[in-house]
Design a protein around this ligand. Structure first.
Ligand code: ASP
Length: 356
């Protein structure tokens, strides 16, 4: 596959695509799946976000057997640099696709580094009634045995499958589909980079089709999520995003980072705890002070298979922390970001976290 500049990305031609297939909106954001290296054997030193979506789709003619597609190049970034502006653009286009009777689903090409965050954000912010699928790759498009083309084909097959509706955004990588709240990038070398450590995959892509491994959830969003979306929908365009940071507990932790953030005006904190969300006593002190000032603090854990429960004091409102449950710290941060942005009361944050 020849690299093209973002500006040179050709629109994907639908000439010859059979009618009657599902219609997908493809939103391209860059990542390794669009990456280019100097030579086919180079796997880690490459430029993410080099190929245009037109060239990526044209390179996999098998896609045409499964869907008709219209593609938009929303960005050309390494997803480590994902920002709120692009999240807003993605949320807007996904919401429009949900309301567009001519579209059956959405596919988003995305770097793997923050894919689970974007998927989780979209699932919280938008009522994804139709299939919404994110896919990426671990090897650049120029690599020997690049994984992007097959991931793209599998992602199209999942997005074109009505069985993918009502499951929120799905991450499709390495023949498996994962739910946004459960997915985790857990290693950075092989194409088998994602897992859902607690729940396992939602579906597998086989030659014969997509095999869903569990039923879709309830058609209606849980009350706290519906309330959050209603408030987000009422925000004016360009509404400010709150400042929410992670602070980590570990051996030899100090309260210095939390104190500096509080002095600088941070608006919410996620404490990345050890074990079941335990916090070093040196970090605890500024966090308790933060809640005393009315700042929301969520306790999460650095352990991938942790379930952080409210302890007795928190349940009685003593420390005033919320508990992340099974959500990773980076996803708990997104709950806090959106809850603050929507102007929810601190008392509502735990109910939102408890949904997951
Ligand atoms: N740094 C790349 C990105 O997230 C990694 C990848 O896509 O696999 O855009």
């Amino acid at each position: 596959m020849k690299p093209t500049s973002p500006a040179g990305s050709a629109p994907f031609s639908q000439a010859g695509a059979p009618v009657g297939l599902p219609n997908l909106l493809v939103l391209a954001t860059g990542g390794t799946i669009a990456g280019a290296a100097a030579a086919p054997e180079i796997l880690s030193r490459y430029q993410a976000g080099s190929l245009g979506i037109g060239a990526m789709l044209e390179a996999v003619p098998q896609l045409r057997a499964h869907a008709r597609m219209q593609a938009e190049q929303l960005a050309q970034i390494d997803s480590k640099d994902m920002d709120f502006g692009l999240w807003e653009a993605l949320a807007r286009r996904v919401a429009e696709a949900m309301d567009d009777p001519a579209l059956d689903g959405v596919l988003i090409t995305h770097g793997t580094d923050t894919m689970e965050e974007t998927a989780f954000f979209l699932g919280l912010a938008v009522d994804c009634r139709k299939p919404v699928v994110l896919c990426g790759a671990m090897r650049p498009a120029t690599a020997l045995s690049a994984d992007g083309p097959l991931n793209l084909l599998h992602a199209v097959r999942v997005a074109a499958d009505p069985g993918a509706a009502g499951r929120g955004p799905l991450i499709v990588m390495h023949q498996q589909a994962f739910a946004a709240a459960e997915a985790l990038k857990f290693q950075s070398l092989s194409p088998d980079a994602f897992a859902a450590p607690l729940a396992g995959p939602v579906a597998r892509v086989e030659d014969g089709g997509v095999r869903f491994l569990r039923p879709a959830g309830p058609a209606r969003a849980p009350g706290p999520v519906a309330a959050l979306r209603a408030r987000l929908a009422g925000l004016p365009p360009g509404a400010p995003w709150p400042w929410v940071e992670l602070v980590a507990s570990h051996a030899g932790a100090s309260g210095g980072a939390a104190e500096a953030l509080l002095a600088a005006g941070v608006q919410g904190l996620v404490a990345v705890g050890t074990g079941a969300g335990t916090l070093h006593k040196a970090l605890l002190a500024p966090l308790v002070a933060a809640t005393g000032l009315g700042l929301p603090v969520v306790r999460a854990s650095r352990v991938p298979l942790a379930a952080v429960e409210r302890d007795a004091a928190e349940a009685n409102g003593k420390l005033g922390f919320a508990a992340a449950g099974c959500l990773s710290p980076q996803k708990a941060r997104i709950v806090l970001l959106l809850a603050l942005r929507a102007g929810l009361k601190q008392a509502d944050f735990q109910a939102l976290l408890d949904v997951f």
